[in-house]
Design a protein around this ligand. Structure first.
Ligand code: GLU
Length: 503
């Protein structure tokens, strides 16, 4: 057992301790984020510890998904990943020490005995709590039971003095006190000698010299028991900071089974989220800045984050199923869109490049001869985008001639007037004469044609938008045409005649 020295206590050591029994969940990622922020803010150490002692439910796939999710989010750890199973012997040693020193005892009660005790409590309508009947067995009785071949578990002997209280100051919830008489003598070692999670978790925190345990409020139920373990082992407990839970808008727990992939981090990656936008959103699920500001760069958030501003109310993840537009919490989408639209092009480009590459839309010239064109293009089209995937879907027409036409846009804008089959080629001819293809000159050609044909400019503008982009929405059309370039615009305007004639 490692005991803490004064110098160790000065440097912050925090950990994220996921159980690898599924995916990386939004709530888990937020726990990791808060720990990471606290480590980075205090110049401390962020440890990743995989709590894999539930052998039946832990999987390698889950470990990989957790690591990948953390890497993607940019939550880099300084130590680990440690695996809890590697320390099982140390957890047993701790249980032995507690047994030797009289803080724990062997309990020989069989499952039937306990079931009977439970039934009796139920019939009296009182909450069942193991009555501690094995606590006072003499060493001789214990020995005799062992010789008889009776199996036993090891239970922690909770102090039973009349007014004993387990108390701690939670960095979020403040002073928490629990009467020792309300705490059962809990099992720390099973009959097969495997340690219980509550013991392993506390012993690992001591071994890893954790100074702050920042975890979900669902851990609060364990904390008094773990403090008893620390006290009995003569180790100073870490500081606890329990974070309020994140619930759905009906105040139910978030789970993949009920809510689907929207609660998993990998989904946001696939749907085109920027990792920092997601972190920024997650940071606000349970924490707020003193002045109510919400958008922070990585360094700003590290600077301003403080455990004392984690609030005590559960936060709401506002997801409503069945709304394709708001496929996750609208605030998360708003955050991502804001980042997509306002971050520096330098920071945005690698994400766009990756997205285009994955969709066979990338060309190396976007980094050399066509770099300026490429940057101007993404800067223009991003003004209406929400996610990175928009660059390869909605923005496809900028990088390929093979793009889809939205049928609604075709009906609305191209079928609106049969004369468009003549106007658009005429427009193309006009545009083709321009020596400089800039928005102002382009607009001039549009206005002239509209006047000549005695139609509203909007008719030709809307039709052209659909002809060149397949859509009815987008950034300023004249800027867009200038970006697409004369050759492509002329070609697409002429090709649209076929579409109009098919109406
Ligand atoms: N393995 C636990 C979990 O995933 C961690 C609890 C803790 O942080 O102490 O819930």
């Amino acid at each position: 057992m490692v005991e803490k020295s004064d110098s160790d206590q000065q440097s912050v050591r925090v950990r994220f301790a996921p159980s690898p029994t599924g995916y990386l969940h939004i709530g888990g990622a937020r726990t990791a984020l808060y720990n990471w922020l606290w480590a980075r803010k205090s110049g401390g150490v962020f440890i990743l510890r995989i709590e894999d002692t539930d052998m039946e439910r832990s999987t390698q796939d889950s470990v990989e998904e957790i690591l990948e999710g953390l890497r993607w989010l940019g939550l880099d750890w300084d130590e680990g990943p440690y695996f809890q199973t590697q320390n099982l012997e140390k957890h047993k040693e701790a249980a032995d020490k507690l047994l030797r020193e009289g803080h724990a005892y062997r309990c020989f009660c069989s499952k039937e005995d306990l079931d009977n005790q439970r039934k009796e409590a139920e019939s009296k309508k009182i909450a069942f709590m193991y009555d501690g009947r094995c606590r006072n067995l003499t060493p001789e009785q214990v020995q005799a039971n062992i010789e008889k071949g009776m199996t036993s578990v090891v239970r922690f002997g909770v102090p039973r003095d009349a007014h004993s209280v387990v108390a701690f100051d939670d960095a979020v919830y403040g002073r928490i006190e629990k009467r020792a008489r309300d705490i059962e003598d809990f099992v720390i070692l099973r009959s097969d000698k495997s340690p219980l999670y509550i013991l392993s978790n506390a012993v690992d925190d001591a071994l890893d010299k954790i100074t702050h345990v920042i975890r979900g409020a669902d851990g609060l139920a364990n904390t008094p028991k773990q403090i008893l373990i620390y006290n009995a082992l003569g180790i100073e407990p870490p500081i606890f900071a329990h974070m309020p839970l994140t619930l759905d808008n009906k105040k139910a727990k978030l789970s993949k089974r009920v809510h689907g992939e929207v609660v998993t981090i990998s989904y946001y990656r696939r749907r085109g989220f920027l990792p920092w936008a997601l972190c920024n959103f997650l940071a606000l699920l349970g924490w707020s800045s003193p002045d109510g500001r919400e958008f922070f760069s990585r360094d700003e958030l590290i600077d301003i984050f403080d455990l004392s501003r984690i609030n005590r109310h559960n936060s709401i993840f506002n997801y409503v199923s069945g709304d394709p537009k708001n496929w996750t919490d609208p605030k998360a989408i708003h955050f991502n869109a804001t980042y997509v639209r306002s971050m520096s092009l330098n920071d945005l480009t690698p994400y766009v490049k990756n997205e285009l590459k994955n969709n066979d839309l990338w060309s190396d010239c976007y980094e050399s001869t066509e770099k300026e064109w490429f940057l101007n293009t993404i800067d223009l089209i991003r003004t209406r985008y929400h996610v990175i995937t928009d660059f390869s879907t909605k923005g496809r027409f900028c990088f390929s001639d093979d793009f889809e036409f939205d049928p609604k846009a075709v009906i609305k804008n191209l079928y609106q007037d049969a004369n468009l089959a003549k106007y658009l080629p005429e427009l193309a001819r006009g545009l083709n004469t321009l020596p400089v293809f800039d928005p102002e000159k382009i607009e001039g050609i549009f206005r002239d044609l509209a006047e000549k044909k005695q139609v509203k400019a909007g008719l030709i503008i809307n039709a052209s938008r659909t002809a060149v982009s397949g859509s009815s929405v987008g950034p300023g059309l004249f800027e867009l045409l200038a970006i697409l370039g004369k050759e492509r615009v002329v070609k697409r305007l002429n090709q649209s005649v076929r579409l109009i004639e098919n109406a």
